[in-house]
Design a protein around this ligand. Structure first.
Ligand code: HEM
Length: 387
């Protein structure tokens, strides 16, 4: 009898130990499963692409590291998007194929002149965590414009029965900062190892690829944005334009207000600028022209996402109009919906399949990020929100 409490204690401890172990192995299994996603079935590479050996393994490794990075960034509280976490606003808009779209551009989403779709547009910043719109040096991050055109018709890339959206994910420079999957893996490893400090990525000697990245990062730092509605945005990477052609996309504001960056920019000055333009009782809508840049010859690169196709060689053609009516977009309901939305270049028609290594990488990465951020989580402390 004397031993009974000890025995009970030992028993409960061993049960606890087993439960903990079981919990840990369940967590490990869930993480491994999550990292192993895509789990999405999509069409394979097209005749326009050249897949380097070993790329699939590098993509799987990035998927695993990205989930690790999200756990590092958000030990408590809600995980946000793996890239572009900061929202300036999710806006209601319409997307109309121009009635006078030239005949040879009437493909896929753009097949029917004059057709109007409802659309969401999310404007964002690409700092790893929620951060001021410009840092202490006045440097900005990459700015994003993600468009979700709803109610599309025709075969879709992921074949999901309830997915009837064509997403376009655009940034404010015509070239993406990393050329290919190998370089993206190298930077992701450094992000995980150094908690998002990527200075080691630029340690000399710099390879030609790193020099290209450095030039784009410097350009981003120096690009001044006063209002997300004033800026031109680009897909940077290429997409199919029907079975036999390739194109990049862009959105250009028709009448930008050319808002200056405030002398003392606040944490959320870009959202404030958007509210000043849109949150009004009356007035004209804000218009973006949606444009297509057809690949004019085989020399224009597909596998290097930093490469900018010369507009002299391959001009942009306006094909559609994005119209953003006045609206009070900043409210708790819309902000919550916005956090739960998921944009990916792989939501869309097979006629606009994403091309090139950077786009092949994005197939699994966006799914992993959006699934990870929607997971329920137990709190261990207070989230570190920016003050
Ligand atoms: C041409 C290259 C790229 C462009 C133009 C681009 C653009 C964007 C934009 C605009 C967003 C915000 C989407 C939103 O509002 O929800 C976004 C999100 C994201 N991007 Fe990219 N991106 C590019 C390449 C990449 C690459 C190479 C990766 C890495 C694998 C990546 C990973 C992500 C992730 C994980 C998200 C958040 C997804 C979510 O949680 O819903 N992106 N990107």
């Amino acid at each position: 009898m004397k031993f009974a409490p000890t025995l009970a204690l030992l028993l409960s401890l061993s049960i606890l130990g087993a439960a903990e172990q079981r919990h840990e192995s369940l967590v490990a299994a869930a993480k491994a499963e999550e990292a192993a996603k895509p789990g999405v079935v999509a069409p394979g590479p097209t005749k326009f692409e050249t897949v380097p050996p070993g790329e699939a393994l590098e993509i799987a490794e990035i998927g695993r590291l990205m989930v690790e990075l999200l756990d590092q960034r958000y030990p408590d509280g809600m995980a946000r998007r793996g890239v572009h976490p900061k929202t300036h606003g999710c806006i209601r808009a319409s997307f109309t194929i121009n009635p006078d779209i030239p005949e040879n551009y009437r493909v896929g989403l753009f097949a029917t002149p004059g057709k109007t779709y409802e659309a969401w547009v999310r404007f964002s910043n690409a700092t790893p965590l929620l951060a001021p719109d410009v840092d202490e040096q006045g440097h900005g991050a990459s700015r994003g414009m993600a468009i979700k055109v709803m109610g599309i018709e025709g075969p879709t890339l992921l074949g999901e029965p309830d997915s009837r959206a064509q997403d376009f994910l655009l940034i404010n420079l015509p070239g993406f900062a990393f050329p290919n999957v190998a370089e993206y893996l190298a930077v992701t490893k450094i992000q995980v190892e150094h908690h998002d400090d990527i200075r080691a990525f630029f340690a000399p000697p710099l390879s030609p690829d790193r020099l290209k990245t450095l030039a784009i990062v410097q350009q981003l730092n120096e690009t001044k944005v006063g209002n997300p509605l004033d800026v031109r945005y680009f897909s940077a990477s290429p997409f199919l334009y029907g079975p036999d052609r390739v194109a990049k996309f862009a959105a250009r504001p028709r009448n930008p207000e050319n808002t200056p960056v405030p002398e003392f920019p606040s944490f959320d000055y870009l959202r404030q600028a958007m509210r000043k333009t849109l949150d009004q009782p009356f007035g004209d809508p804000t218009i973006f022209d949606f444009q297509v840049q057809l690949r004019a010859n085989d020399q224009l690169p597909i596998e290097d996402a930093t490469a900018v196709w010369s507009e002299g060689v391959a001009p942009f053609q306006t094909v559609a109009t994005i119209s953003i009516p006045k609206q009070a977009f900043y409210n708790a309901y819309q902000e919550t919906e916005c956090e739960h939305m998921s944009f990916t270049p792989w939501h869309g028609l097979t006629a606009h399949q994403p091309l090139g290594g950077i786009n092949r990488l994005r197939l699994g990465a966006y799914v992993a990020s959006s699934q990870h951020r929607s997971q329920l989580k137990e709190m261990h402390g207070f989230p570190k929100w920016p003050q």
